[in-house]
Design a protein around this ligand. Structure first.
Ligand code: GLC
Length: 532
């Protein structure tokens, strides 16, 4: 059962921890993280002080895109466990006071999904193919690219002139035709299946892509005419989410949606209207450079646009798709832009760590929800030297290795410094699916737990103190490289993003600092929380 509605507004300021299940903890000993592993570590997340977890896809899948290619939306992949494990997990999390958000992948399924297999078997022109986007012809049906490289079309049978099918991601991920009523009905039924099992919400994968422009026109002539994209952010998508919201509202407890919305901020607010999604990821903040004026302007515009629709903002530093924040902030260009962000460029990890610590105190002090991507609380960095033969991300293969892909932010977590595989699996079991850097021994959770200067302790302290931070954000004018704001009467956050130390306000009591503070000044790339 879900946590009953002791707090119907729990999602408005929740801290949500993203679990990437294959890399979190391995309970079965096969080298891949799973639900028994996650269940065993849930108390660690409760101790950290998060309010909810979001679990990346756990469904039955051939894993062409690490589970974002779903073959059965109502079952757990054997790699991760069973439905009974999912039920156990929900019960254990709720027992600890943690809400559970799961991923739903509505834009596409797996090419092994029974609907797609039936469509392939039924042949051109069949009713089964109407559930997807099939097209005939000698040429590619249009110029749409796959997000992972190459065209978004593959022939059903590469040896014949059979139909093409659309896949905005890998060929193993055919796009559904969302104009078809059966697709709509099926997803509402899937939502109900999981709501009834007790999940508290869904993170919606590529939530802005579902609807395609009728006729599937090429982008080129539309771009030239300044027309919107034929497959992104189409206005008809909102109708789908109004339907989903009605489903969520029909259950006890507040069940919520968070959309993965790589859209312009003006569009974002349309998804967050009171009868649509509760929240959406704030990617402009994640993409921003470590630079005071830029961050301030994004904070202001984010707060303003969310206030218009009455939705809480979300603040995010990373996820399983982007280069880890420690590595990004240690680079000369600290902004995140695809595909440049994935190029392996030099990074000063010491500087990146210092900034990531300050960034943690900044984003956790902002009003709204915050997301922590697993490993951020340990100060982990992007692993950039994974050998080609061990890489698994389709981005790497679809770009013939030109783009290293996302494996570097998905390396299994270190839990205990003294254990085999740093406690990711149990000793004597299979090697983790991606190799962990030896340097992570010192970053294992148990090595940090009792060290008050560790990144883990910083997150734990911040999450504890955050509960008493309330009220709107009020800027306090400061020098150009400093962000300084108050929340309510007694709380102030000060971040120095410049290269020189700046004076701290006289008489203020420091309750938390991202680095040691002495002599009345705030060093470069350091943040403090003040009281009084
Ligand atoms: C989202 C996911 C990403 C996945 C893609 C296709 O962007 O976060 O990991 O590859 O959708 O499902």
């Amino acid at each position: 059962m879900p946590l009953t509605d002791s707090d119907p507004d729990w999602w408005r300021d929740a801290v949500v921890y993203q679990v990437y299940p294959r890399s979190f903890a391995d309970g079965s000993g096969d080298g891949v993280g799973d639900l028994p592993g996650l269940i065993s570590r849930l108390p660690r997340l409760a101790e950290l002080g998060v309010d909810a977890i979001w679990i990346s896809p756990w469904y039955r899948s051939p894993m062409a895109d690490a589970g974002y290619d779903v073959a059965d939306y109502r079952d757990i992949d054997p790699l991760f466990g069973t439905l009974a494990d999912a039920d156990k997990l929900l019960a254990a999390a709720h027992e600890l006071g943690l809400r559970v958000i799961i991923d739903i992948v509505p834009n596409h399924c797996s090419d092994q999904h029974p609907w797609f297999r039936a469509a392939v078997a039924a042949g051109p022109g069949s009713a089964e193919r109407e559930l997807f986007h099939f097209r005939s012809g000698d040429e590619l049906p249009n110029d749409w690219p796959s997000a992972f490289g190459g065209p978004a079309w593959t022939r059903v049978d590469s040896d014949s002139a059979e139909d093409w099918y659309l896949h905005l991601f890998s060929p193993g991920q055919p796009d559904f035709n969302w104009d078809h009523p059966e697709v709509r009905a099926e997803f509402e039924s899937i939502l109900r299946f999981w709501f009834e099992r007790g999940v508290d919400g869904f993170r919606i994968d590529v939530a802005n892509l579902l609807i395609k422009q009728r006729g599937l026109p090429s982008r080129a002539p539309l771009d030239a005419a300044g027309e919107p994209s034929p497959y992104e952010d189409r206005p008809e998508v909102h109708d789908i989410y109004r339907g989903w919201r009605r489903v969520a509202n029909s259950y006890v407890g507040t069940r919520i949606f968070v959309g993965e919305l790589w859209v312009h901020p003006d569009s974002l607010k349309r998804y967050l209207r009171p009868d649509e999604l509760h929240t959406g990821f704030n990617f402009p903040y994640l993409q921003a450079p470590w630079q005071a004026a830029e961050l301030r302007s994004i904070i202001d515009s984010t707060l303003a646009l969310h206030a218009e629709v009455g939705a809480p903002p979300t603040w995010v530093l990373g996820n399983h798709d982007v280069t880890r924040v420690v590595t990004r902030y240690g680079r000369e260009d600290t902004s995140w832009t695809e595909p440049a962000g994935r190029l392996v460029v030099p990074s000063d990890l010491e500087l990146g760590t210092r900034r990531a610590r300050a960034a943690a105190l900044l984003y956790l002090a902002l009003p709204g929800c915050a997301y922590i991507y697993q490993g951020e609380e340990l100060g982990l960095w992007e692993v950039e030297d994974i050998p080609a033969e061990l890489r698994q991300d389709p981005t790497f293969f679809q770009t013939q290795g030109a783009n290293p892909g996302r494996d570097g932010c998905r390396v299994p977590l270190p839990w205990e410094a003294g254990e085999t595989w740093f406690g990711f699996g149990t000793s004597g079991t299979a090697e983790p699916w991606l190799p962990q850097p030896e340097a992570w021994r010192a970053y294992a959770a148990d090595a940090q737990a009792d060290d008050p200067s560790s990144v883990l302790a910083l997150y734990r302290d911040a999450l504890r103190l955050r509960h008493s931070v309330d009220g709107d954000l009020d800027w306090v004018e400061s020098s150009a490289d400093v962000l300084r704001f108050r929340r309510g009467a007694g709380f102030e956050c000060l971040v120095n993003l410049g290269s020189e130390a700046v004076p701290l306000p006289a008489g203020a009591e420091i309750v938390l600092g991202s680095a040691p503070i002495s002599g009345g000044t705030l060093p470069s790339d350091t943040a403090v929380w003040l009281r009084g």
